[in-house]
Design a protein around this ligand. Structure first.
Ligand SMILES: NC(=O)C1=CN([C@@H]2O[C@H](COP(=O)(O)OP(=O)(O)OC[C@H]3O[C@@H](n4cnc5c(N)ncnc54)[C@H](O)[C@@H]3O)[C@@H](O)[C@H]2O)C=CC1
Ligand SMILES: O=C(O)[C@H]1O[C@H](OP(=O)(O)OP(=O)(O)OC[C@H]2O[C@@H](n3ccc(=O)[nH]c3=O)[C@H](O)[C@@H]2O)[C@H](O)[C@@H](O)[C@@H]1O
Length: 446
């Protein structure tokens, strides 16, 4: 099929590339000239494992192209995806102005029957808005072109994006008219060869809400486990044991039960806020979700408070931070717990030496300069002269540090493991002070 993908961010670029990988002809469009220039040279503007190779391969096979002008490619398309950002607006609701702008362009330019697919995460009713926007433009130019609008939210995770897209657990398609289903069977057939039942059709509103429901459910699990981990610290229980005990119940499942410094990223915080706003606008009090957000904010602060509580006075202390991205496998630092933690340490007068295998550039840009914040070229370099090390993001290169080498470089032997990656015995044996999240040797916070 001939596909146009508007928006080449984490979702649009991965989706467009993976669709071309199975043989579709994909033209990716983005207003950002710098991104398109890089992509035309075969360079990915984002770090996502395996993506650049896939981009290059499909460009070489002439199945994947890039442009800043939708007008150049829409004329041939069977399907046009909208995968632009829907950032959090000032009042917490999702800002759909970029989605609307794309719909308007499509309405102005479309010359043949087209399936428009909203892949961005959008509040219920946005597909209706996209349809109205396009129809208004068509009416103005007295065009008889048939444009169908479908909802097709994306569930990929950064860091595993290609695997998630190529081998989806399910693909949700919201259509008000079942006639459009054939397009999606053709488009996604190669991704669900093992089980066609993974292609789930429903009405558009249910599809739009499914996306918010899924992210909010996952965020709820994390906040719940984080609160349980605090209880573990107070009671002398071990959150990892509790997690295993809970997760082996197939009704609960093992995934997304890991305690940590709170969830971050471009989606959980904004999508939870947007669903809360939807509840508010419709006079439905989403009490559970309200608590999920509050618990997450508290958890990010609590992670920093552990360090502050240990040192009491952080003035002049040098703290090494391992991990800035909101999770491993990505250079994305949006809503990263590291931001809250580093800000609190700086506020208390500490010096921070930060390291991240991929996220340093984005972090420096978004966080801004601070006279007491510097970045290190390697994880061990960050430890030089440090009074403590804080593990914030569990990159695999941080998994098995050489503790003897670390001790030689550090001024103090103190480790805060906010992802429960290390074995307390190993650190205690080497004379370290070690704190983690919700495991027996976590220090009680008053
Ligand atoms: N990042 C993720 O892992 C996931 C994101 N989503 C959702 O997908 C949507 C996109 O997210 P990201 O890819 O992270 O966003 P992003 O911010 O990385 O990329 C959005 C891109 O759209 C471009 N753009 C904006 N207006 C445009 C226009 N009129 N024409 C052409 N390009 C335009 C921007 O220049 C930018 O490159 C959001 O709604 C998000 O909630 C859904 C699942 C996963
Ligand atoms: O809508 C989206 O953008 C995406 O949001 C999340 O994906 P992502 O934000 O890329 O990353 P996750 O792996 O979900 O992690 C989110 C945050 O939760 C934290 N987390 C995750 C799992 C866990 O058990 N504990 C935990 O603290 C991570 O450290 C991270 O800060 C969802 O997992 C995707 O399905 C969804 O498509």
């Amino acid at each position: 099929m001939r596909v146009v993908m508007v928006g080449t961010g984490y979702v649009g670029l991965v989706s467009g590339t993976c669709l071309s990988e199975v043989g579709h002809n994909v033209a990716c469009v983005d207003l950002n000239e710098e991104k398109i220039k890089l992509l035309k040279d075969g360079t990915s503007p984002i770090y996502e494992p395996g993506l650049e190779n896939l981009i290059r391969r499909n460009m070489e096979h002439d199945r994947l192209t890039f442009t800043t002008r939708i007008s150049e490619v829409l004329g041939n398309a069977d399907v046009a995806f909208i995968a632009v950002g829907t950032p959090e607006g000032e009042d917490g609701s999702a800002d759909v102005r970029y989605v609307e702008a794309v719909a308007e362009s499509i309405g102005k330019l479309v010359e043949r029957n087209l399936m428009v697919v909203v892949k961005s995460t959008v509040p219920v009713g946005t597909c209706d808005l996209v349809e109205e926007t396009i129809q208004k433009q068509l009416a103005q130019r007295q065009s008889n072109v048939k444009v169908t609008v479908a909802s097709n939210p994306e569930f990929l995770k950064e860091g595993d994006a290609i695997g998630d897209f190529m081998k989806p657990d399910r693909i949700i398609v919201g259509l008000n008219d079942p006639e459009g289903q054939a397009v999606f069977r053709d488009l996604y057939g190669p991704f669900v060869l093992d089980d066609q039942g993974k292609l789930l059709f429903m009405d558009r509103r249910s599809s739009e809400l499914t996306k918010y429901g899924a992210n909010s459910m996952l965020a709820t699990r994390i906040s719940f486990m984080n609160e349980l981990s605090l209880l573990c610290e107070r009671l002398g229980a071990d959150i990892d044991k509790v997690r295993q005990g809970i997760g082996t119940d197939p009704r609960i499942g093992k995934k997304f039960l890991y305690a940590g410094p709170g969830y971050g990223g471009s989606c959980f915080p904004k999508d939870v806020a947007a669903l809360l706003k939807t509840g508010e606008k419709n006079a439905v009090e989403l009490e559970v979700l309200n608590a999920v957000t509050r618990a997450n904010v508290a958890q990010k602060n609590r992670a920093a408070d552990k360090i502050i509580a240990h040192f009491k006075d952080l003035n002049g202390k040098r703290i090494a931070v391992w991990g800035l991205a909101f999770k491993p496998g990505t250079d994305d630092v949006r809503e990263a717990p590291a931001k809250t933690i580093i800000q609190k340490l700086l506020d208390q007068g500490a010096y921070v030496v930060a390291h991240d295998p991929q996220g340093q550039g984005n972090f420096a840009r978004e966080f801004g300069d601070h006279e007491r914040l510097v970045y290190a070229d390697s994880s061990y370099e960050a430890l030089r002269g440090a009074d403590a090390m804080v593990l914030v993001t569990e990159w695999s290169e941080y998994r098995r540090p050489n503790w003897d080498k670390a001790a030689d470089m550090m001024a103090g032997k103190v480790v805060f493991d906010l992802r429960n990656q290390y074995q307390s015995q190993e650190l205690h044996d080497r004379g370290y002070h070690y704190e983690c999240m919700g495991r027996p040797d976590s220090k009680l916070l008053s």
